[in-house]
Design a protein around this ligand. Structure first.
Ligand code: 26M
Length: 818
């Protein structure tokens, strides 16, 4: 079966051209003599997809033959972005396609721009899942991703008069060539109903009689590894009306409403919830969680049963990773299936569950932890509620034996939260069951141990670990920054760093080499020109590429402190205005770029976006300021915008209040692309500092351990005068919208400044001044930039995945032969 090379699709330009033209004619149904860029993109994608499917089939046959322990990665969110460039690069056929297209009169890059983003996720957590899937495929791990196929991804951000408006992202409008619909891979998922006691062979049994059944249909997304034949699968579930009809309503003649009811089933996979705590406790969100978990587990168990008949082997063949608590209802579902359907004993089932599940948490704030009201869970999933009560009973009994009658601690650790709204604490359920709880950076684990999960850490210290996040260099360097990559490969004399990123350290020795420095600066210049063009088309603002491009792109959140950035920009503007004309020559020109979405219900975050626009309006139209300072907001920030912006940045800001960013992954993408970081000692930044040295970054601000004491000081902690002055400018209406910005200004008043903007302001300005000084010393700046890339190796998701594979999942590579 393997090695029949001549059976594979051919990749020479002539075969590729024929293939593309055939798809124009037979798939897109256009004339091969007349088709536009979008149609060419569609045909091209189908041609690539054929090659993907070939490898994907071989990989799965090989996995089936070898039957290794498999990893199943459960996540409610995957932020994949575009697929075309990534696929052809990983398949190793980009240049062949580019040649073939050239001869047809098309430009590969232009066609790649036709693709829309798959934005089935919110931010960091979701993009991390996508990066980790790329590493799993590349490192040949036998892994599957499971998630939901939302019809509407993360909302599109429109800016109207400086205000954010949300629009639906109906991303499937023009079809999606990267997925394969599997109408025959489908499972019924049940909701509601009652639980009854029944006797079976003299034993009491619980029988769930559901009230609604929805069908889950699989959509497979093949994901190719780089420089390997392996292609793994991301299986996303879509809800379809069930084949099981409610005969009664049909027979009673209520045909129309019966059809309408069935159609409602589809709403389950309709829309991605924006990351927003106010959505907690929503029925539809719980149904989404259970829907994808139930379908995935049926699929996983079916695959296991194909070649095994004893559940004792289950933990040797299956690792289940829960991405944050969102899929944690899987724990109760595994128990239900093993006990009610497979008739295992409680103890046997619990033993299996504890061996297969691991859990990674991505948050720092205890109030961000997910809770499901008991009434809601009891209504939607009555049997699961019983199981969770039983898990909690056993857990509490075990705990009492260990810690005695410490009721405060027992109630803190209980899976059930009593009080106003009695709720299930999904994090406590996850920790009680999972063999490993991972944090996403070293300092994040410390915070989990000392604060958020202190009680649990004291009970089970060995469960708590961390795996510092990483990102894939395939997407964040090879796809998005080809100029820099060819330069790196030339100087290293190899392209192997794309698979073995530690080789980047080889650049260190050339960091001061004038030839490399020159080429490095040229590559940056070309990327800045591309970004400048994009900015001008979007906002009409002309920016000079000689200015420092200073970028902050990420979700808008108070703890990420975009407000600190804007207040710093106001300060810079105010200083320039008050300078003697002759002194202005010494000002380092800046283009400040901010981008990101605010959760639709997050008022303060939306005001930050409006303030950014109001300040930009004033600065950019001030003839006095010219190229010394510009501020632009990039609308609708997403993965493909990041791919354009990051390579064109000089400086990037990661300025969260210490102790609030669990890891941060944007910083790693900038680092790999040789952008200098201006950052606080928070999340993974601490580890970045250790890799590249504090003198190659601009660090500032309170440290994680300072923050609690600073907060205690309250109003005693006086913000510096410069800070008071810029806040006053906003308050007094210097940028208009005085009343609207009042509540935003209130959040940083002395005594109320929870995120410590006032406290950190002076050191922030110093770090900015240090960045200015470094920028004018081109030799120094470029050296720092080269050393950033050279020191970024640790932050590849390849390293993260190797650690998970060895320390958490216990899986081995399974490389499909060519
Ligand atoms: C919650 C309720 C309802 C709907 C959505 C949510 C929700 C969705 C996503 C809550 C949180 C979500 O993601 C959190 C997240 O992205 N955390 C980030 O994870 C990154 C990867 O580990 C880290 O680098 C970031 O520091 C962390 O903020």
């Amino acid at each position: 079966m393997f090695g029949l090379m001549d059976e594979f699709l051919k990749n020479d330009p002539v075969s590729l051209q024929k293939d593309i033209l055939d798809h124009v004619e037979y798939t897109v149904a256009r004339s091969r003599f007349s088709f536009d860029d979008f149609e060419a993109y569609q045909a091209l994608s189908h041609s690539v997809r054929d090659r993907l499917i070939e490898r994907w089939h071989d990989t799965h046959q090989y996995f089936k033959k070898k039957d290794p322990k498999r990893l199943y990665f459960l996540s409610l969110e995957f932020l994949m972005g575009r697929s075309l460039s990534n696929s052809v690069i990983n398949l190793g056929i980009r240049d062949q396609y580019a040649d073939a297209l050239n001869q047809l009169g098309f430009d590969f890059e232009v066609l790649a721009e036709q693709e829309g983003d798959a934005a089935l996720g919110n931010g960091g957590l979701a993009r991390l899942s996508a990066c980790q899937m790329d590493s799993l495929a590349t490192l040949n791990y036998p892994a599957w991703g499971y998630g939901l196929r939302y019809q509407y991804g993360l909302f599109r951000q429109i800016i109207l008069d400086g205000f954010q408006l949300e629009q639906p992202d109906y991303w499937l409008n023009f079809g999606n060539p990267w997925e394969i619909e599997r109408v025959h891979v489908s499972y019924p998922v049940k909701f509601y109903g009652t639980v009854e006691d029944e006797g079976l062979n003299g034993e009491k049994m619980k029988v769930w009689i559901p009230g609604e059944t929805v069908e889950a249909v699989a959509y497979d997304n093949p994901l190719p590894g780089y420089d390997t034949r392996n292609a793994i699968n991301l299986r996303l579930w879509a809800a379809k009306p069930s084949g099981q009809y409610d005969m009664e309503s049909y027979n009673t003649g209520d045909y129309i409403s019966a059809v309408v009811d069935r159609q409602k089933a589809e709403t389950i996979s309709n829309v991605l919830y924006p990351d927003d705590r106010s959505y907690q406790g929503k029925e539809l969100r719980l149904k989404q969680q259970y829907f994808f978990v139930s379908a995935s587990l049926q699929d996983i168990i079916r695959r296991f049963k194909d070649s095994h008949d004893n559940f004792d082997d289950f933990p040797d063949k299956v690792a289940l990773q829960i991405n944050d608590t969102h899929p944690s209802i899987a724990i109760a579902e595994v128990m239900r299936v093993l006990i009610d359907e497979e008739h295992l004993s409680w103890n046997k089932a619990w033993d299996i569950a504890c061996k297969i599940f691991s859990f990674t948490t991505h948050s720092v704030q205890p109030e961000g932890l997910e809770k499901i009201p008991v009434d809601l869970l009891g209504n939607v999933l009555p049997r699961h509620l019983q199981i969770i009560y039983d898990i909690n009973y056993n857990f509490m009994e075990e705990l009492k034996k260990k810690i005695g009658q410490d009721y405060d601690r027992l109630s803190r650790m209980s899976i059930i939260e009593e009080g106003g709204v009695k709720s299930i604490r999904m994090a406590n359920l996850s920790i009680a069951c999972c063999h490993t709880v991972n944090g996403v950076s070293r300092v994040h684990l410390e915070l989990l141990k000392m604060r958020v999960f202190k009680d649990f850490y004291e009970l089970w210290p060995q469960k708590f670990q961390y795996k510092t996040n990483g990102v894939t260099q395939r997407r964040w360097m090879v796809v998005s920054n080809p100029n820099l990559c060819s330069l790196i490969s030339k100087w290293l004399g190899t392209e192997s760093w794309i698979r073995n990123i530690d080789l980047l350290a080889g650049l260190q020795q050339y960091a001061s080499d004038p030839d490399l420095q020159y080429e490095w600066e040229m590559a940056k210049k070309v990327n800045k020109m591309r970004l400048a063009e994009y900015i001008e088309t979007l906002s009409g603002v002309k920016v000079s590429i000689d200015a420092m491009f200073d970028v902050q792109i990420k979700r808008i959140h108070e703890y990420k402190r975009q407000l600190l950035n804007i207040l710093g920009i106001i300060h810079r503007y105010d200083c320039i205005k008050n300078m003697e004309k002759s002194d202005r020559r010494r000002v380092v020109p800046r283009v400040c770029i901010i981008g990101g979405k605010a959760a639709p219900g997050y008022d303060i975050a939306k005001k930050i976006i409006k303030l950014c626009h109001a300040v930009a309006e004033t600065i950019n139209n001030d003839a006095d300021i010219r190229d010394l300072l510009k501020l632009v907001f990039i609308p609708d920030y997403n993965v493909s915008v990041a791919e354009l912006v990051i390579p064109g940045s000089d400086l990037s800001q990661h300025i969260s209040t210490a102790g609030h960013e669990a890891s941060g992954t944007g910083s790693m993408k900038f680092l790999m692309n040789g952008c200098l970081l201006l950052a606080t000692y928070d999340g993974a930044t601490i580890e970045i500092t250790e890799e590249i040295g504090a003198d190659n970054m601009f660090l500032f601000g309170a440290k994680v351990n300072d923050v609690p004491a600073l907060r205690k000081k309250g109003a005693e902690l006086k913000a510096p005068l410069q800070f008071a002055r810029v806040v006053r400018m906003v308050r007094d209406g210097y940028f208009g919208f005085k009343d609207y910005f009042k509540s935003l200004c209130d959040t940083v008043e002395d005594g109320k400044d929870f995120y410590l903007l006032g406290y950190d302001f002076a050191s922030y300005l110093e770090a900015q001044a240090a960045a200015d000084r470094a920028f004018v010393d081109k030799e120094k700046w470029t050296r720092m930039s080269i050393l950033s890339t050279a020191g970024s190796g640790k932050f590849s998701s390849d390293r993260t995945i190797e650690e998970y594979a060895k320390e958490t999942w216990g899986i081995e590579p399974c490389k499909c032969p060519f």
